[in-house]
Design a protein around this ligand. Structure first.
Ligand code: BES
Ligand code: MN
Ligand code: MN
Length: 456
């Protein structure tokens, strides 16, 4: 590859400005108040792909937000790389904790602050600019297709259907995704796995109406008290999950592999300091890296009920609610785990309450083998642009569509993310380093080149 750095240097200010414009669009897929904006983001992405040199682009309607498709086929006999990303973002709440408005991007200390800066607009846009770079410097070495969806943050339900109905159009040799993070810029890493997900909502009902907590308290089950106890019982003193059968299919990781993982550069004190916690917490017998990568977990994501307004109201509420997620590892099945949870949760409910478990979206875990040419192509690309070898690391996050790509299209995904865990994705003050953004644009063309060569 030639002229990569020169092209970047000459165009980086424009690249950053274009990303800022994209970040101004509040494409929050979860909130229907942003429907127009989310549609507008799809249009903007299509436009950007066209300008970058894609010779076919299309807004593909779905039952939800559209999928943006783009392609540049230079020679059907050459390999094809399918790039996936998402233009939707998480809600910005709690908005009062942002130092600057989430959809008015601010550049500070070399970072762009905005909702979606790292997840995933900033990372997705690196691919659009890498295409522009390769086209304008006459060195696109293979065919490329893009699918940029607008419902990743709400479970990719309609992308599922789109993939099943567009298998011919999506034919490719590998999938390339930047929607994950690296250990650090000093320790570049490639994500080799994603967790699966089982997500449910539970409702506990006691009496048919809110009661006076003095008149009835102590004599009638309080659904919040009960729900708290039920949730507390889901993990034991070793922080092991107590749902019967939960660990049955968990793939054991060999001691050799665990020894290899233990060499991952990771500073526990820095980690604690960054989060302002005195101690970490998790399943006994496993390190922090292992807990977030090879072990399944259970978390309450939200819990509510009763009176939460100003002052004190003495009330024994009729209902209590919680949203609970379980992150899954290879060979656990999201459907099976959801079923196990539901049966168990219903079985531990005392007769004094009624429990309803409502499953939400789910997804299957994924692992990228490191001995395939596509992984080598990514590792070499990192080595070229970072000047050091990359480290394979499994992530704790989920991108449910990745397992589906493998099932429906028979394609492996390369998770070449350039974010950092400290980017505050899904949190207030989300940001993306400009260095990371530019490094991504610089690295992607080398992946294209390496993959095209290795495929021959
Ligand atoms: N990009 C993230 C997933 C991610 C983040 C993977 C960091 C690895 C490292 C993605 O947008 C996301 O947030 N996924 C959701 C799941 C989805 C079904 C809502 C998640 O992991 O919570
Ligand atoms: Mn994402
Ligand atoms: Mn996300």
């Amino acid at each position: 590859m030639k002229d990569v750095r020169e092209y970047l240097e000459a165009n980086k200010d424009r690249f950053i400005n274009e990303l800022v414009e994209l970040l101004r669009i509040p494409s929050v897929s979860a909130d229907s108040a942003y429907k127009k904006d989310t549609m507008a983001a799809a249009d903007a992405v299509r436009n950007m792909l066209e300008k970058a040199g894609a010779d076919k682009t299309e807004i593909c309607p779905t039952a939800g937000y559209p999928v943006v498709y783009g392609e540049k086929i230079i020679n059907p006999s050459l390999p094809t790389i399918l790039v996936y990303g998402h233009y939707d973002v998480q809600p910005a709440d709690p908005i009062e904790l942002w130092d600057s408005p989430p959809f008015e991007p601010v550049i500070k200390d070399g970072k762009i602050y905005a909702r979606g800066a790292a997840d995933d607009k900033g990372q997705m846009y690196m691919h659009v600019k890498a295409l522009e770079l390769m086209v304008n410097t006459n060195q696109l070495p293979c065919n490329v297709k893009f699918i940029i969806e607008g419902e990743e943050e709400v479970g990719s339900v309609n992308l599922n259907t789109f993939i099943k109905e567009n298998k011919e159009r999506l034919k490719a040799d590998v999938i390339l995704i930047s929607d994950t993070s690296m250990l650090s810029m000093e320790h570049p890493s490639i994500t080799t796995g994603l967790k699966g997900l089982s997500y449910l909502e539970v409702e506990v009902t006691g009496p048919n109406r809110d009661l006076h907590s003095g008149v009835y308290g102590g004599a009638v089950a309080n659904p919040i008290n009960i729900l708290s106890k039920m949730i507390a019982s889901l993990t034991d003193e070793n922080n092991h999950i107590t749902i019967p059968g939960f660990y049955n299919n968990v793939a054991e990781v060999s001691s050799e592999e665990r020894a290899e993982m233990a060499k991952t550069p990771f500073d526990l004190d820095e980690y604690k300091d960054h989060l302002k916690i005195n101690e970490v917490h998790g399943e006994k017998g496993f390190s922090t890296i292992e807990r977030t990568s090879i072990r399944p977990t259970l978390d309450v994501n939200g819990i509510w009920g009763g009176y939460i307004g100003e002052g004190a109201k003495t009330v024994l509420p009729s209902k209590a609610h919680a949203k609970i997620s379980m992150r899954l590892v290879p060979n656990q099945s999201s459907e099976e785990i959801t079923e196990l949870f539901k049966n168990h949760f219903e079985s531990i409910a005392p007769d004094s309450v009624k429990v309803v478990v409502k499953p939400h979206h789910g997804g299957e875990p994924y692992v990228t083998p490191i001995d395939i040419p596509a992984y080598q192509a990514a590792a070499q690309a990192i080595e070229t642009t970072f000047g050091k070898a990359s480290i394979p690391v499994r992530a704790g996050g989920s991108i449910p569509i990745v397992a589906l790509f493998e099932k429906e299209l028979g394609l492996k995904s390369i998770l070449l993310g350039f974010g950092l865990n400290s980017d505050a994705i899904h949190s207030p003050n989300e940001h993306y380093g400009i260095f990371n953004f530019l490094k991504g644009i610089e690295t992607i063309p080398y992946f294209f080149e390496n993959f095209s060569k290795l495929k021959d």
